[in-house]
Design a protein around this ligand. Structure first.
Ligand code: IDP
Ligand code: MG
Length: 149
């Protein structure tokens, strides 16, 4: 079953939107495989955003992600990587559609509330970066047959 790395960023936690964000993923039918609240080290933040290392916003991004606690999660379900990106909306909240998390709750690109892996291979890299294998809980919801045909 497909998995995605999803993180509620410091602004999402501070604004009390963690429950709302988790609720949206949960109600879609996806399941939580791992979840931890944590303070992010500079080293981890830089590895996570390595692809953006040469961008002008890289330093601000790392500063921000390490500035206050985040909630790091792994979610599971059919097509969860692409579906989570849709639920989250465009990177710039002002361009994100209403009904998406960023579209409903954000304004600034540097305060867009949530991260989600952008591809299945990225998800595998990010999950391995943020979690030990022993932290991932394999389980099947009793609602399986009511969510999947
Ligand atoms: P994504 O989070 O939608 O995948 P990416 O392009 O991977 O977007 O960028 C990672 C994060 O870097 C974004 O979520 C956003 O917080 C920040 N970011 C991206 N582009 C800009 C920018 O132009 N200015 C400031 N921050 C940016
Ligand atoms: Mg990205």
């Amino acid at each position: 079953m497909e998995r995605s790395f999803i993180m509620i960023k410091p602004d999402g936690v501070q604004r009390g939107l963690s429950g709302e964000i988790i609720k949206r993923l949960e109600q879609k039918g996806f399941t939580i495989v791992a979840m931890k609240m944590m303070e992010v080290s500079r080293e981890l933040a830089e590895k996570h955003y390595d692809v953006h290392r040469d961008k002008s916003f890289f330093n601000n991004l790392v500063e921000f992600i390490t500035s206050a606690p985040v909630i790091a999660m792994v979610w599971e379900g059919e097509g969860v990587v692409a579906a989570a990106r849709k639920l989250i909306g465009a990177t710039d909240p002002l361009n994100a559609e209403p009904g998406t998390i960023r579209g409903d709750y954000g304004i600034s690109i540097g305060r867009n509330l949530i991260h989600a892996s952008d591809a299945v291979e990225t998800a595998q890299r990010e999950i391995a970066l943020w979690f030990e294998d022993s932290e991932l809980i394999s389980w099947e919801t009793a609602l399986q047959n009511w969510i999947y045909e």
